[in-house]
Design a protein around this ligand. Structure first.
Ligand code: GDP
Ligand code: IMO
Ligand code: MG
Length: 429
């Protein structure tokens, strides 16, 4: 059985957790491969709402084993808190069920302090990070000084590594960023406790996952963030510090490309972005407020991790095509179609105008991107509530047209249409 991959095609928050939860019903293993608790994935099952940051969304199904892969960065305090919250709700998060790759990198309080100090120093040029220590933890990984989860199996090595790490970061914090140092011993003691709790969950993820595939099991890789937050392919430097794209799934789990089956691009029926950086189709005013919602519903456009209002705009097919190319998408899942009900006309960006010329690609140069004006096609909307519809043929004609438009403009078939956050609120295309 193959490795199926779920990818965000925009700037995150497309509904990856929601689609992972659907697909996890068929999966033996569900794996996170990039990012850390900067992610916020919401899954709604009946009256229950689960907000997950690190633990794969497959955990809510009783069947799937969950693994946090080598490509992630893990704050052990957050992981333990999330485990405890799930356990209190009757979800099994024991070592047989939830595994942590020994090669995943650890986020420490010093990484968080560095993230905040760097953002403060950037001033008006701040990235708008989630301040979860993601960038500094990946920086340590690539600088080859990071702390890996495998240290939880080596108490003495862990204590020495944490001590050296905080000592070095304190120098940076005080001498470069004029920030407060951290007390070393409390962090060493905390990490010793985390080690005791998390040691039984450690595995060599690549071995575990490849053996599962060899045994005929299926793996679902749950992307975090989105293609345009990718360190290489996103709107650099307004990106995250990992590779939330299909290639990142292979590196972040230690699985080779021949194993890949479906690559599902999750596309919200409009676009959102939280944090700074370019957004050619961004809307302001009443229409933006309408798409964002007021915050009264759990699905309104406010960050799951930070609570920040998300910037919103029309659907941008230049982005979706770019995501299709980078990730070799085999299919699309369109989410939040229900939010568009009641809008008389919808605009979809099909190209950009750059210096008077029409272009169909996403410029990598941010100055060029800033000059791009969206070229919109306008399509008629629909008034009907679609949240109870379960068949494509029962959707209003204009909603069906909107979905066909997305499939044709991207060249990728739409196989899921989500019409609400609930598990059953889906139409299979
Ligand atoms: P993720 O980060 O990609 O997993 O997405 P988030 O969970 O951060 O944000 C998506 C939000 O939209 C969540 O609150 C979901 O429950 C909700 N959601 C997902 N699909 C739909 C849908 O089709 N309709 C509505 N109304 N909400 C949805
Ligand atoms: P999910 O998985 C939306 C954004 C941050 C910021 C930039 C860098 O829920 O879709 P970081 O803390 O990673 O250094 O921040 O990336 N960002 C996300 N935006 N959804 C996410 O995850 C995000 N993870 C990071 O807002 O702009
Ligand atoms: Mg999210």
């Amino acid at each position: 059985m193959p490795l199926d991959i779920i990818i965000g095609t925009q700037w995150g928050d497309e509904g990856k957790g929601r689609i992972t939860d659907l697909m996890a019903a068929e999966a033996d293993v569900v794996a996170r491969y990039s990012g850390g608790d900067n992610a916020g994935h919401t899954v709604t099952v009946g009256d229950e709402v689960f907000k997950l940051h690190l633990i794969p969304s497959g955990v809510i199904h009783k069947s799937a084993t969950c693994i946090i892969g080598n490509g992630t960065v893990v704050n052990p305090a957050v992981l333990i808190r999330e485990m405890d919250a799930l356990k209190a709700r009757g979800v099994d998060v024991g070592p047989g069920r939830l595994k942590l790759d020994s090669k995943a990198h650890l986020i420490t309080p010093a990484h968080i302090a560095m993230d905040i100090a760097k953002e403060t120093q950037r001033g008006s040029g701040a990235i708008g990070t989630t301040q979860r220590g993601i960038g500094p933890a990946y920086t340590d990984k690539t600088s080859r000084v990071g702390l890996r989860a495998g240290l939880f199996a080596d108490p003495e090595g862990l204590a020495a590594a944490v001590k050296a790490h905080i000592t070095e970061k304190n120098l940076m914090l005080t001498k470069v960023y004029d920030a407060q140092p951290l007390e070393i011993e409390p962090v060493v003691a905390q990490f010793a406790q985390y080690a005791q709790r998390l040691r039984p969950h450690l595995v060599d993820g690549s071995v575990y996952l490849n053996e599962a595939l060899d045994a005929g099991k299926s793996i679902l890789a749950e992307g975090a963030q989105g293609t345009f937050l990718d360190l290489d392919h996103g709107t650099y430097p307004f990106v995250t510090s990992s590779s939330p794209t299909a290639g990142g799934a292979l590196i972040g789990l230690g699985i080779g490309p021949k194993r890949v089956g479906r690559i599902v691009g999750i596309t919200k029926a409009f676009t959102s972005r939280v944090g700074s950086g370019p957004f050619p189709c961004q809307l302001e005013g009443a229409l933006a407020s309408r798409l964002r919602g007021t915050g009264a519903n759990p699905w309104d456009e406010f960050g799951t991790t930070t609570g920040r209002p998300r910037r919103v705009g029309w659907l941008d097919m230049v982005m979706v095509r770019h995501a299709a190319r980078i990730n070799s998408l085999t299919e699309l899942a369109v989410t939040k179609l229900d939010i568009l009900s009641g809008l008389e006309q919808l605009s979809v960006c099909v190209a950009y105008e750059l210096n008077g010329k029409r272009i169909g690609y996403y410029p990598q140069d941010l100055e060029q991107l800033a000059q791009c004006k969206p070229v919109y096609e306008t399509v008629d909307g629909w008034m009907e509530d679609v949240t109870s519809i379960r068949q494509m043929a029962d959707l209003p004609e204009n909603a069906q047209r909107y979905i066909r438009f997305i499939a044709e403009a991207s060249g990728i078939p739409v196989t899921f249409i989500s019409v609400g956050p609930g598990r059953d609120q889906v139409i299979y295309g």
